[in-house]
Design a protein around this ligand. Structure first.
Ligand code: SAM
Length: 181
């Protein structure tokens, strides 16, 4: 799926399934309740739900949800009772969650130029607040070798540390980083 010309999943030399597995492997093992901040076609939510107790997943755009309904590979989003979908802006929805209510967070936002607020220090502070002590966050950022993502990465790592995360580690194989609370 394309949003404003950007592919939602990696497709060059890799397929969306492998892309999803690489993201999730960075925060293994999966335990407890998982927050997926940006549903998209639901691949990350569906994959983590296999090991999690519950997955809460948030999507802003109703047309993305409509396409997911038509997509054979997204059906578990609508059928799996462990997946709880919320339609809304993750920046607002996350503020309603209790402190330390998730063991893992998957943050797979659109590219920085389309959704800067999902890369802000204020949003990272909220993700830190809702994550349990010992919890892990995966943040997808984009190809670390591309000019655009390379410069975004530096700011992301700095703001995650400023938000309180004890350790932030680049995960180039998954085009992102993991932050540990
Ligand atoms: C890269 S996709 C997520 C892909 C997803 N992890 C998957 O496995 O299919 C990002 C999604 O975030 C959604 N989005 C954009 N802004 C958002 C916001 N403020 N809150 C929640 N979702 C948002 C977009 O509509 C898009 O569907």
């Amino acid at each position: 799926m394309l949003i404003a010309g950007f592919v939602m999943h990696r497709i060059k030399d890799i397929d969306p399934m492998q892309d999803t597995l690489r993201k999730i492997a960075t925060i293994s093992h999966i335990v407890g309740r998982v927050l997926d901040t940006a549903t998209g076609l639901g691949y990350t939510a569906i994959e983590v739900s296999k090991a999690a107790d519950q997955v809460v997943t948030i999507e802003l755009d109703p047309s993305v949800q409509e396409i997911a309904r038509l997509n054979p590979w997204s059906q578990a989003l609508f059928n799996d009772p462990k997946i709880h979908q919320i339609m809304g802006d993750a920046c607002e929805v996350v503020q309603t969650f209790e402190d330390e209510s998730f063991s893992r967070v998957i943050h797979d936002p659109p590219t920085f130029s389309l959704a800067g607020e999902l890369y802000s220090g204020a949003f990272y502070q909220q993700l830190y607040r809702v994550l349990k002590r010992g919890g892990r966050l995966f943040h997808y950022i984009g190809d670390p070798h591309s000019k655009a993502s390379g410069s975004v990465t530096k700011g992301v790592l700095r703001r995650l540390q400023e938000a309180g995360f004890a350790r932030v580690v680049r995960k180039p194989e998954a085009y992102g980083a993991v932050a540990y609370k």
